[in-house]
Design a protein around this ligand. Structure first.
Ligand SMILES: Nc1ncnc2c1ncn2[C@@H]1O[C@H](COP(=O)(O)OP(=O)(O)OP(=O)(O)O)[C@@H](O)[C@H]1O
Length: 272
């Protein structure tokens, strides 16, 4: 049972904590298009939370609201018990919310290692000036950052390509490098934008395993949006279902699977 404050224990024995993020009555419009209409849901600490829905349902818009790319016209975002003021994406990132992109956003000419290091910027406290004054401290920081990045690289099994320019990698591996870069930021919440899009079956299986392992090893709360319902059902603890900007379902994969409105949306049944 889901307890509002204490959280719950999953079927596989993982402990899910209290609410870490809450979207309250979010409405987002683009001119006359209502991309998100009065949607509320919460995300709990340690949870794998999915937002799914057919094409144009509003999933990307929702992820962009969470990550500060869009500011909704109505509604509130609460994070760690506080109402979040309007924020720029970099400020949201500074709060510990990292993301990947549907269309991979990596530096193609740079090596895997250097790309992953860019995810570490938030942890690099010494600026150029400080580095000049306190060389020892800056060096220590650099060593710590490199060690953490190497740990992520090992964890995601990309050691063999750490020196390879990202532009030369196949699609599935690029996606994994993007995941590594987001993880390098040590996020409290990791947002994954269609992590399986464009992947073959084997790549999807690999990515699913890594998402589960990340959650398990680092305790990272994960919010992912996905088009493909099948993939998400195996991964997620709870699922929000959107259709035409509205929330039509919210619950465990089993609850969502047997929800008639969800079945209709995926079968393309006409709306009133
Ligand atoms: N920047 C924008 N300007 C105008 N309309 C937009 C913009 N972004 C999204 N929309 C519209 O908002 C609605 C929701 O789009 P959104 O991309 O959030 O859906 P989605 O569920 O992510 O779709 P998909 O699975 O195809 O990526 C759509 O009608 C879309 O055309």
């Amino acid at each position: 049972m889901l307890d509002q404050i204490e959280g719950y224990t999953t079927e596989d024995g993982r402990k899910i904590g209290g609410v870490v993020m809450e979207m309250k009555n979010i409405t987002l419009r683009f001119g006359g298009v209502v991309a998100i209409q009065d949607i509320s849901f919460d995300v709990r600490e340690g949870e794998i939370r999915a937002i799914i829905g057919p094409n144009g349902a509003g999933k990307s818009s929702m992820l962009n609201v969470i990550s500060g790319f869009y500011n909704p016209q109505e509604g509130e975002v609460w994070y760690k018990g506080e109402k979040r003021p309007q924020m720029k994406p970099y400020q949201v990132a500074q709060q510990g919310i990292a993301r990947t992109f549907q269309n991979i956003a990596l530096f193609e000419g740079m090596s895997v290692l250097d790309n992953v290091m860019t995810g570490r910027i938030r942890q690099m406290k010494s600026g150029l000036f400080a580095q000049a004054l306190w060389k020892g401290k800056a060096e220590r920081e650099e060593v710590e950052n490199r060690a953490f990045v190497e740990r992520i690289i090992d964890f995601l099994e990309i050691q063999h390509i750490r020196k390879t320019p990202v532009g030369r990698l196949p699609y599935g591996l690029k996606k994994r490098v993007e995941l590594a870069r987001a993880l390098a930021a040590e996020p409290s919440i990791l947002l994954l934008d269609e992590p399986m899009a464009g992947m073959n079956v084997e790549e999807k299986e690999d990515m699913s395993r890594f998402v589960l392992d990340v959650n398990d090893e680092f305790g990272t709360t994960i919010v992912l949006i996905e088009h493909d319902m099948g993939v998400v059902m195996d991964l997620s603890d709870r699922v929000v279902v959107m259709d035409y900007g509205k929330k039509i379902g919210d619950g465990t994969p089993d609850e969502v699977r047997s929800n008639q409105a969800v079945i209709d949306a995926y079968l393309g049944v006409a709306h009133d």
